[in-house]
Ligand binder design. Sequence first.
Ligand SMILES: CC(C)(COP(=O)(O)OP(=O)(O)OC[C@H]1O[C@@H](n2cnc3c(N)ncnc32)[C@H](O)[C@@H]1OP(=O)(O)O)[C@@H](O)C(=O)NCCC(=O)NCCS
Length: 167
Amino acid sequence: MKPLPKVELRLYSENDLPILRRNNAPEMTKYLGGPESEEKLLDRHQRYLKLKAGEAYMFIIWLNEEAVGSAGYWEKEWKDALVWEAGWGVLPEYQGHGIALAATLALVEKARIEHKHRFMHAYPKIENLASNALCRNAGFTLIEECDFEYPAGHPIRCNDWQIELFD
Ligand SMILES: CC(C)(COP(=O)(O)OP(=O)(O)OC[C@H]1O[C@@H](n2cnc3c(N)ncnc32)[C@H](O)[C@@H]1OP(=O)(O)O)[C@@H](O)C(=O)NCCC(=O)NCCS
């Protein structure tokens, strides 16, 4: 197996709006309801800056001092319990080199050490083959298909992937 790229996760900061904008491109948001308006993007920027440690985290993925994507996890109520939900994006020119896998493994490790919720989930759309492959490669188990609305008012069919962080 090829060694994974050495990525670094740095908490989202005031300077990261340009990468958030690049993440908002049509090819990056194909399975996420398409690009957001400028207003929504700026809201997201502010929201990310105000996230409370212990409840939600958003990181920029850095590789060789270049920002190449984002990854994060946040609390979600799921089947009457609180779990972590994880999400990720790697810019198109950096995809296919294991960057998302390296970042996801780092997220899982952080959440394991944090020891707050026993399970982390991810809910990629069933047709998002790269994101589903990533879940499998990162050691998540496929639980079942499920229905969501994302963005609000748009029904989507997703896979529920889960990883147990501790006993
Ligand atoms: C999902 C995403 C983060 C993966 O990033 P990445 O750095 O390319 O991921 P990796 O290189 O670690 O792994 C990608 C895996 O998907 C597989 N893959 C990629 N495109 C695929 C396709 N069309 N069909 C099947 N598998 C595919 C790769 O082969 C690889 O698996 P493998 O190592 O077993 O071969 C990236 O595609 C992305 O940012 N997509 C847009 C945003 C998005 O959809 N985010 C997820 C929302 S749930």
